[in-house]
Design a binder for this molecule. Structure first.
Ligand code: 6A9
Length: 785
């Protein structure tokens, strides 16, 4: 019985939150405490939409489709690479009060702008302006349907107000956090002050089983029976949302789960045109005028001027003589990171060794930036540290708030789930095998990099004391447990060594079993995962983290000796060399049970009798090991071997710097005209697939987060005294120029910032837009490290 009891108590631990008071209390995001940030574009996974920072927010958004096109099913809503847009993203966004986005569809461009106005007790008003223009290449001005919608999520209600049979002129509604509100749909015009245009209207009012189903409901309701018949134009039938069709569909499906109201206002009109949508909060009584037309134009203009001034004040790119087109690119990179921030609320699915089945983590909010609005529109732990390096320059309190959100997710063990998949919408984007998060798995503690910045700001700018210090104080017990969790659960086989847990176990299938937890996924590690391994990148993260823990403790007047001792120990370059320097290859290296003699081979697969043969590949790739592994250095040259340099663990006089700088500069190893590649060209695993279906990822391509660290390190070693000062400074200039040139060039050519860049052509590849850490290009331009 006792054993059973213990087991169930242990099983609960993974879902038991840290006992210290939360950094952010339950009202921190409420309209009363934080009215300016209540409404926002916090739905990064849709092309355009807004919600409030509350658990069950009313959401608003836009879908659109091109009428009379040859392609069917071109309804746009959630950001999908499959839509093959020529580019989209925020060009300006201040993170709080306004944003300007451009969306380039096949033969037209939509500009989506929003401006907020504070007043009342519920986060105030806002207005959207959508401007549509055909491309000069378009043979005929396209006819487009814009579908504006609002939806509730479990609580609240919406009422449609219909005029002239099917024109939805406004929606009124109410919800717990918004009180009463009204959304008014303007009529399309040819531009501000111009007269109205011929347009057709349709609407849909229905119920939805969840926010992740909105696209399907709208799609299933489309009916082709409506007639577009402009004066002097041809009569044509077009697609529109149709309540009748939804009713029939619903009756057939009998979905038992009905969670909210869903109202759509469809306007069908030929380009060019402009439409405004106005949200007015019921508690805002003394508004001087409506935020539409020229009032809106003036307001937008003011925000743009303020944004441009703040941008130059923060990053100084004009002063550095970048061209106006380069500056526009940098503004877009920052803006899309800000405009890509999301407010998520829900539960992770987690598991420890004590649970037979996964458990639901406690419900929590998460306010965070995301790596990619299309492919990864959710929080990732180590990505976030990089995101906040940029955002902490723009808005330091915002970064502190995000860090607080992340640390409020920590459990009693000191673990933070790496990938935050919190609600139905987020889950709908992730294959099921990736959803469960395991509590032995780490991810690099990059949030310490930002904490260091915020602590530095404290020291140079005492004005920040009053805003930063109380937050730091509440963060501190959580940081302690977090650090301790790394220090114990990820300890290595020898004193002061460290090992990533959670490597792939099936050594048969993978050329090299992956280490997703390190963030560097398929980067080559020991060929045979074992508890004898030690990982140099994790060692360096711990050296960094302990130093910053010591600083934070010192500032708060807390005991700091333990952290300082760990930091001194790990910073001792003798120890580092002893644990990780491979004399053979002259690189810093992992150590473990390893052989280089591995390859993937075709193997015939046995198909059990009675099984339909076509369900199985007749052959598959499996790993063959030609020489037995033994305990030795892994001897890979690439990002992992640079970590003692990347995180400034090497003393400036370390002779190892000579080797590192040489490898960095060598085109046979890491140097390319577009940035540093992740793995040396001479490595046996260079650009090798890991399985039949798993293309090389961190085995050659150029990644901007690590290149940012490299440029930062070159800047560091190039500005402090030491034998390699001049050399580092010279490489710094070249690498910085190459990176900026390529990311910018690819953006101009493709319309996107990318997840990674090809080391042979510089071309952007992987998911896009990726304005997570690739947006660090802005800091490289600004030389802010
Ligand atoms: C797969 C597929 C719709 C991989 O940027 C986020 C992470 C990084 O943290 C990590 O270092 N990316 C990098 O190696 C993307 C990871 C996506 C995993 C989920 C699900 C969804 O398809």
């Amino acid at each position: 019985f006792y054993a059973l009891y213990m087991r169930s108590a242990l099983a609960r631990r993974v879902v038991t939150l840290h006992p210290s008071p939360r950094v952010l209390n339950a009202t921190s995001s409420s309209p009363a405490v934080s009215p300016d940030q209540f409404w926002g574009s916090y739905r990064p996974h849709v092309y355009f939409g807004m919600k409030t920072r509350s658990p069950r927010s009313v959401v608003t958004g836009l879908m659109w489709m091109r009428q009379f096109a040859d392609v069917d099913g071109n309804l746009r809503h959630t950001c999908e690479q499959g839509d093959r847009l020529q580019g989209y993203g925020w060009l300006m966004h201040d993170g709080v009060s306004f944003g300007v986005q451009e969306i380039h569809d096949r033969d037209f461009t939509l500009t989506t702008e929003f401006v907020k106005r504070m007043g009342g007790d519920h986060g105030g008003d806002w207005t959207w302006r959508i401007t549509a223009k055909q491309h000069s290449s378009a043979a005929m001005a396209p006819v487009i349907s814009l579908m504006f919608y609002a939806a509730t999520d479990v609580q609240g209600s919406l009422q449609a107000h219909v005029e002239e049979k099917n024109v939805l002129s406004s929606v009124t509604g109410t919800s717990e956090e918004l009180g009463n509100f009204k959304i008014t749909f303007g009529k399309p015009t040819a531009g501000e002050g111009a007269t109205g245009k011929y347009a057709k209207y349709n609407y849909l009012q229905t119920r939805s089983p969840g926010l992740d189903k909105l696209t399907d409901i709208a799609k299933n309701s489309l009916n082709h029976k409506f007639i577009f018949s402009p004066p002097k134009g041809e009569k044509r039938s077009y697609f529109a949302v149709d309540s009748h069709k939804v009713m029939t569909h619903h009756n057939q499906q009998q979905d038992p789960k009905i969670e909210g109201d869903f109202v759509v206002h469809q306007v069908t009109v030929q380009t060019p045109f402009q439409i405004e949508v106005l949200f007015e909060s019921g508690s805002f009584h003394d508004r001087p005028n409506q935020l539409v037309g020229s009032v809106l134009t003036d307001e937008l203009e003011r925000r743009k001027v303020a944004f441009n001034e703040k941008f130059e004040g923060t990053f100084g790119l004009q002063a550095k003589e970048f061209t106006s087109s380069q500056i526009k690119f940098a503004k877009a990179a920052l803006s899309n990171m800000l405009g890509g921030m999301g407010y998520f609320y829900g539960q992770s699915v987690v598991q420890s060794v004590y649970n037979e089945h996964p458990l639901l983590y406690p419900e929590s909010p998460l306010f965070t930036a995301v790596p990619s609005r299309s492919f990864f529109p959710r929080g990732f732990l180590w990505d976030e540290g990089f995101h906040q390096l940029l955002l902490s320059k723009w808005d330091p309190p915002l970064s502190l708030e995000v860090i607080a959100h992340w640390l409020d997710l920590i459990n009693v063990e000191g673990w933070i789930p790496r990938e935050q998949i919190l609600d139905d919408e987020a889950r709908s984007k992730v294959p099921s095998e990736f959803i469960v998060q395991h509590n032995e798995n780490a991810n690099p503690p990059t949030l310490f990099l930002v904490l260091q910045k915020l602590v530095d700001q404290l020291e140079t700018d005492p004005d920040r004391l009053s805003s930063h210090l109380p937050v730091l104080r509440r963060l501190y017990p959580r940081l302690q447990t977090w650090f301790e969790w790394f220090n114990t659960t990820q300890a290595g086989p020898m004193a002061n060594s460290y090992r990533w847990r959670g490597r792939d176990k099936d050594t048969n299938l993978f050329l090299n079993p992956k280490t997703l937890t390190s963030g560097l996924d398929d980067y080559p590690r020991a060929s045979h995962p074992s508890s004898d391994e030690r990982h140099v990148d994790l060692y360096c993260w711990m050296a960094l983290a302990s130093g910053i823990m010591a600083n934070v403790a010192r500032i708060l007047g807390e005991p700091h000796k333990v952290y300082e001792n760990t930091h001194l120990t790990l910073s001792n370059n003798e120890l580092l060399n002893e644990l990780h320097w491979s004399d053979n290859l002259r690189v810093f290296s992992d150590y473990g049970n390893h052989t280089q003699a591995v390859s993937l081979q075709q193997e015939k697969v046995y198909v059990p009798p009675g099984q339909p043969r076509h369900q199985f590949p007749v052959t598959r790739l499996v790993r063959s090991v030609r020489r037995a592994p033994k305990l030795q250095y892994v001897n890979a040259l690439g990002y992992v071997s640079l970590f003692p340099f990347l995180l400034h663990i090497l003393t400036p006089d370390s002779p190892k710097l000579e080797h590192i700088l040489r490898d960095i500069q060598d085109p046979e190893h890491l140097w390319t005209p577009y940035g540093l590649r992740s793995l040396s060209r001479t490595d046996p695993l260079y650009m090798k697939r890991n399985t039949e279906h798993d293309a090389p990822y961190w085995r050659g391509p150029i990644w901007i987060n690590i290149n940012y660290l490299a440029v930062r390190a070159l800047h560091h070693y190039g500005s402090i005294e030491g034998p390699y000062k001049e050399k580092a400074a010279a490489i710094y200039q070249e690498l910085r120029t190459n990176l900026i040139k390529n990311v910018y060039k690819q953006y101009l050519e493709t319309g996107y910032i990318w997840e990674q860049y090809s080391d042979s052509t510089g071309r952007g590849q992987g998911s896009h837009p990726f304005t997570g850490w690739s947006a660090l290009t802005v800091l490289i331009m600004a030389e802010k490290y």
